[in-house]
Design a protein around this ligand. Structure first.
Ligand SMILES: [Zn+2]
Ligand SMILES: [Zn+2]
Length: 143
């Protein structure tokens, strides 16, 4: 995939991709709908969009799985969420509050800014939302 800048997908589609990734990379449409609290028809539509854009593939029995592109992009999305959440927790927010506020903000945070925040926090490995992965661009060790 070309260099990720962080604005490839609108926030809503990003949420769908992130859920599929965090649930193991393969999911049924109904599970996605349940997880995101949307109707099955909404889930079907958004997942079809993501499949058309090459992030997901349809699997038999009404499910989807991540493509290589989807895998790479969802890793970035998860990392961005956790970095933003961790940064917000430095302002005294509880983990739940930080998680929720991060969801509101993260769609506006570029990949370059994620890397800058990560560096300024000393390349943390854990957030209130789970472990933080680093890529080679962010820190030399490429953890
Ligand atoms: Zn979170
Ligand atoms: Zn880092």
């Amino acid at each position: 995939m070309a260099e990720i800048d962080g604005f490839e997908l609108p926030a809503r589609k990003s949420e769908f991709l992130k859920v599929v990734s965090l649930c193991g990379g393969t999911m049924r449409t109904n599970e996605v709908a349940h997880e995101l609290n949307v109707s099955p028809s909404t889930a079907t539509k958004v997942l079809a969009d993501l499949a058309r854009e090459g992030y997901l593939e349809h699997t038999p029995y009404h499910g989807v799985c991540l493509t290589a592109k989807g895998e790479e992009y969802s890793r970035f999305l998860v990392r961005r969420h956790r970095i933003v959440s961790l940064a917000l927790s430095r302002f005294g927010l509880s983990p739940d509050e930080a998680c929720q506020e991060a969801k509101n903000l993260e769609g506006h945070v570029s990949r370059a800014l994620v890397d800058r925040i990560c560096a300024s926090l000393g390349h943390p490995v854990m957030s209130g939302c789970g472990p933080i992965e680093h890529d080679g661009d962010c820190c030399p060790c490429g953890r």
